[in-house]
Each structure stands twice: as C-alpha cells, then as structure tokens.
Design a protein around this ligand. Structure first.
Ligand code: GLN
Length: 441
C-alpha cells in the first residue's frame, strides 16, 4: 500500500484528485495484524483500488472534477464502494475524470488533463481517464469508473486494460453522482478478466436504495473457462464501412475477426443504425437527463455558493462561474430538448429511437451470442486537440453509446492496439462476455 501511495504522489499523469493515504495506511495495518495473528483473509482484503471522483465515500472530497464541488465532502458512502470496503479492499485515491462525466478525454477537469499511460502526449480517454491510467500504470490493482456512454470502456481501450460496463441495474448506482440516470453504470477497470470477475461479483446485487437494481447470480470462476455455448459472433457492417473509422483501427478489427473465425466461430455481418443516429439519440437523452440531474447544484445544499443581491441571482452566478463550458453546453442543450415546443420533436423522438435500438439488439441476440466492435473509430487524440471541436468529440463515442442505450453488458478487451475490442452480450449475460474474453486470450 505504501509503495502504491508513493507511486501516486508525484501525480505525473494527473490521475489524482485526492489521496486517501491516512485511511489506506490505517486499513492496511489492520490487514497486517490479521495476517500476523494467523487469520485467513478474503480475496479482496488488502487489495489497493482507486475510485473515480464521482462516488460518495464518507468524509472524502467528492469533487466530480468541478469547481462547483471543489470543497465538497461526502456525507455517506456509495453502495458499490461500501461493498468493496466490507470485503477489505483498500481505497487509495479519488481519481481525475471529466467533470460530472461530461467528456471523452479527461481534459474537462479542474485538475489538469489526464495523460495517457502509453504516451503522455495523448489524452487518457474519458471520462474515467484517471481510473484507467492508474490501472495501466499499476498505481492501483483495480479502479472503479463510471460508464454512461463509454466512460469505462473507452479509456480502458486507450490505455490497454480491461473495462466492463455491466448490465444496467446489476450494480447499485446509489452514491454515484448522477449524470444520465437511465444509462449510468458502475464499472470496474483491471488488468485481468479474473480481477474484473471478482470485483463485479462483490459489487453486484439488489439494493433498496436503487430501485433499478436486480438480483444477479454470482459468476463462478469455472464457468468462464469454457466457451462451448458461444457459436456465433456478429459485428455491425456500417461501423466498419463508415468513412469515420481510422484505417489502422479497421485493419486491426478485421484481423480480430479472422482470428475468431480461425477458432471455428461463425462471424456474421449485421445491420445497425448509423453512427450519427446513435450519437444524436444518446446525446439528446443524456443532455436532457443531466440538465435535470444537475439542477440541484445551485449552491444551496452543496458546493461553492457565490452570494449575490438575491437568491435567483445567486443561483445564476454560482452555476455560471462554477460549471465548465462543456457542462453548461449540456445543461443548455438538455433544457432545450425538454422545453415546450421542442420536446415532442426532439426528446420524445429520442426515446422512440432508443426503443428501436433496443429492439434491434433483441433481434440480433436471437441470431448471435456476442457482438464485437472496436471501442472507438479513432485513436486517442493529442492533449488539447479534442477540446477544439465538441461535435467531433461526441462523434468519437459512436461505437460505445448504442450499447449504453441498450443497457447491455459490454467489455473492453485490450489488444495491444490503439483502441481495444468491445464485446457485448444480451442483457444480464455479463458472464458470457467474460467467457468470450477469456476464450480470446
Ligand atoms: N463521452 C460520453 C459523454 O460525454 C460518455 C461519458 C460517460 O460515459 N460518462 O457523455
């Protein structure tokens, strides 16, 4: 634990928003005592982990990488994190990310752009960039990110580690700061499938504090070792035929397909919605939900309140001064699509498209067991470049957001490439995704 804290301290990749060193050392010495007294310890006991700075952990700063919550300390602990603490895992760090999860590069933060683990001139990916980089650099054994539209999978891909967005509802969102509640997922990032499995099992389960959770069965180690029940894999033709895909990423993906075929599995090309439709549907709904969720942050109950002549003015100044440009863009966009005269045309249309997308997935999973895709169409950009063009940044999420809208389990598998390979299964089939990842090893 001490060693890991020493590695995190210089903060060379801007992954650290706050270090939990005192707590970590205290917890570690308790585990030491247990070991010294001959007691057996659990699988996660003494294992150091990181937490994206959007999770409540009682007594810790929980800033969402924003000016608004720069001095905010959590009053309680998120269910998912509490389960890890109960299992004896040791929290080391609250990790840098895009503010409120808004972004795909971890540059939209008051703590400095997160630098890619492989090449520090490139972005760390986002929004859970700090979490993926910490795992890739071995600063943490695993980290807990949050994935609304790709924020665990995309930085995992950019930094060459595993990152899982579980089925929506498998893990409680209680204590995860809400971005878009209908797609927000708690997601583990780690260097092995086995670590992902253990952490996923620990965090899963029904929680009365999140009514969208359900009871899932434990994923056994043995059950992911054989892949007998996987016979066919599909991919979306238009993802690969699109002009937006980088040539190299396309080549790597096509060679992944060949390897799968060589293992005796049928690979089918499937029809799917255009990337533009996926991105605009996702951003319409995500902006609407975030505008609504962030309306509580006006400086009254939480955050950096700025006083003014009257209450309304105080709300306005507090929000204008403390939210980032990107967050304001989304609040304005979200309120626009929800407003009278626009909601039928835009928001309701978004909801209808989302139903069609989910239906499409249901049909696909009658035909294939797993859908594969690259994680992103492009390689990670240089730090500074993606901020120049928000629309281009939204389009870079083309391959991750559809699976979020479908609330499906999706895993990034590192390939030693610029992005990774994304594996998706039908709802509540998280086990199958891990199985197939193991089969590909
Ligand atoms: N990049 C996407 C967005 O900005 C996804 C972010 C996330 O999953 N939190 O909405």
């Amino acid at each position: 634990i001490k060693e890991k804290l020493e590695l995190l301290k210089p903060n060379t990749h801007n992954t650290v928003n706050s270090l939990l060193d005192e707590t970590a050392l205290k917890l570690a010495s308790k585990v030491d005592e247990k070991i010294a007294s001959g007691e057996t310890i659990g699988l996660l006991e003494g294992i150091p982990f990181g937490i994206k700075d959007v999770y409540m952990v009682e007594g810790t700063y929980t800033t969402a990488s924003s000016d608004l919550l720069k001095h905010y300390k959590s009053a309680y602990t998120a269910t998912a994190i509490q389960k890890l603490l109960d299992a004896g895992a040791i929290p080391l760090v609250k990790e840098n990310c895009d503010s409120f999860g808004h972004g795909s590069s971890s540059e939209n933060t008051i703590f400095g752009a997160v630098k890619n683990a492989k090449n520090p001139e490139l972005v760390g990916g986002g929004s859970s960039g700090g979490s993926a980089v910490n795992v890739a650099k071995d600063y943490t054994v695993f980290s807990i990110g949050g994935d609304t539209g790709g924020s665990v999978r995309q930085p995992a891909g950019y930094n060459d580690v595993y990152g899982l967005k579980p089925t929506y509802g498998r893990i409680s969102r209680y204590g995860l700061m809400a971005y878009a509640s209908s797609t927000d997922c708690v997601g583990p990032i780690a260097k092995s499938i086995e670590d992902i499995r253990i952490v996923l099992n620990t965090m899963s389960g029904k929680d009365v504090k999140d009514q969208t959770t359900y009871t899932s069965s434990e994923i056994e180690q043995n059950s992911i070792l054989s892949s007998d029940n996987i016979t066919s894999v599909g991919y979306f033709k238009n993802f690969i035929e699109s002009e937006a895909i980088d040539e190299n990423i396309k080549k790597e993906f096509l060679s992944a397909i060949e390897k799968i075929k060589a293992k005796g599995i049928a690979v089918k090309a499937l029809d799917f919605f255009k990337s533009d439709t996926l991105v605009s549907t996702y951003y319409t709904l995500a902006m609407a939900e975030t505008a609504s969720n962030l309306s509580r942050l006006d400086g009254t109950n939480y955050g950096n309140r700025i006083d003014a002549d009257n209450l309304k003015e105080s709300y306005s100044v507090t929000r204008s001064e403390n939210f980032s440009e990107e967050t304001k863009r989304r609040i304005v966009g979200g309120n626009q699509v929800l407003s009278q005269g626009f909601s039928d045309e835009i928001y309701l249309k978004g909801l209808a498209l989302r139903d069609q997308i989910s239906q499409n997935f249901e049909n696909d999973f009658n035909e294939v067991d797993i859908i594969i895709s690259p994680v992103t169409p492009m390689a990670p950009p240089k730090i500074g470049d993606s901020l120049k063009d928000p629309l281009a940044m939204y389009l870079s999420d083309a391959y991750t957001v559809g699976f979020s809208l479908g609330q499906l389990p999706t895993l990034t598998v590192p390939q030693g490439t610029e992005t990774g390979l994304q594996l998706t299964a039908a709802k509540d089939n998280d086990e199958l995704v891990l199985k197939f990842a193991n089969f590909l090893k």
